[in-house]
Design a binder for this molecule. Structure first.
Ligand code: DGL
Length: 269
């Protein structure tokens, strides 16, 4: 009985960690496409092909529900996969909507017309592919009016995290926050729109200042998943939990163990 969680690499572990804490009785099968990370510098078709292959693999391993714990895949591939149709009894969901619902103070699944919300100036930090897709702004426009979003493509941060070079990652975060602040000097809220970035949450908060409310996806996605599974218990699937990677299992396991501060053992996908 496992729910599939997919990311290009290690970032989705931030979602997995929150989901495991929130739903201790649910097994998760985590799929990291490390061999092809980072996705954020690829074109939309490439991201779609890679994402579809990974999701089909998770479905084949018995997962009924797959969470794209990757904003880049959610932005570039989710809609196309859903429009092309998914097999009977299977679902694939992304990570944007729970975040936007929190930002716009909505209950899950509230589809009422867009309305004014408290927050007016929002900084979005994401990969180049997510920023150029404008998927975040599109989803936000369905729910809120009068929100000014300034997006900053954070080149290099995912590569540095995947390589375990946290000093470089921190320096890049500072320079991307500076670049954002030149365009929007006083954001009220900041969205960490890439699941790798919560691993650098302290660096973002420090560079932005304590007055800026920083939203990251782990807990929000975990809570919304709990709500979804209560309404759709058949989506638990029948596969076993675990960790698979298209990369080198020993290297990926070491990095994951370091990030989650507990022993994680990946197997070859
Ligand atoms: N962690 C992913 C995201 O949320 C993708 C990062 C990448 O592969 O560029 O966007």
């Amino acid at each position: 009985m496992a729910v599939g969680i997919f990311d290009s690499g290690l970032g989705g572990l931030t979602v997995l960690n929150a989901a495991q804490k929130h739903l201790p009785d649910v097994d998760f099968l985590y799929y990291a496409d490390n061999a092809h990370a980072p996705y954020g510098v690829r074109n939309a078709d490439d991201i779609y092909q890679l994402t579809r292959k990974a999701v089909q693999d998770l479905w084949a391993r018995g997962c009924n529900l797959v969470i794209l714990a990757c904003n880049t895949a959610s932005a570039a591939a989710l809609r196309r996969m859903q429009e092309e149709g998914v097999p009977e009894g299977k679902r694939v969901l992304g990570v944007f909507v729970p975040l936007i619902e929190a930002l716009t103070e909505r209950q899950w699944g509230d589809n009422s017309p867009p309305r004014e919300v408290a927050v007016k100036h929002v900084a979005l930090f994401a990969t180049p592919a997510t920023v150029s897709s404008r998927a975040f702004q599109r989803e936000l426009a369905f729910r809120a009016i009068g929100v000014d979003v300034e997006a900053q493509a954070c080149g290099g941060v995912v590569d540095a995290i995947e390589e375990g070079d946290m000093i470089l990652a921190e320096a890049l975060v500072r320079s991307h926050v500076d670049a954002l602040k030149r365009k929007m000097p006083e954001p009220q809220a900041a969205i960490l729109g890439c699941t790798h970035y919560p691993l650098m949450a302290d660096a973002f908060q420090k560079a932005l200042g304590q007055d800026v409310q920083v939203f990251s996806q782990g807990d929000l996605v975990a809570e919304s998943l709990g709500d979804y599974l209560q309404r759709h218990p058949n989506m638990l699937g029948d596969g076993a939990g675990g960790f698979v990677t298209t990369g080198k299992p020993s290297f990926v396991s070491d990095r994951a163990t370091q990030f989650l501060r507990r022993q994680i053992a990946f197997e070859a996908a």
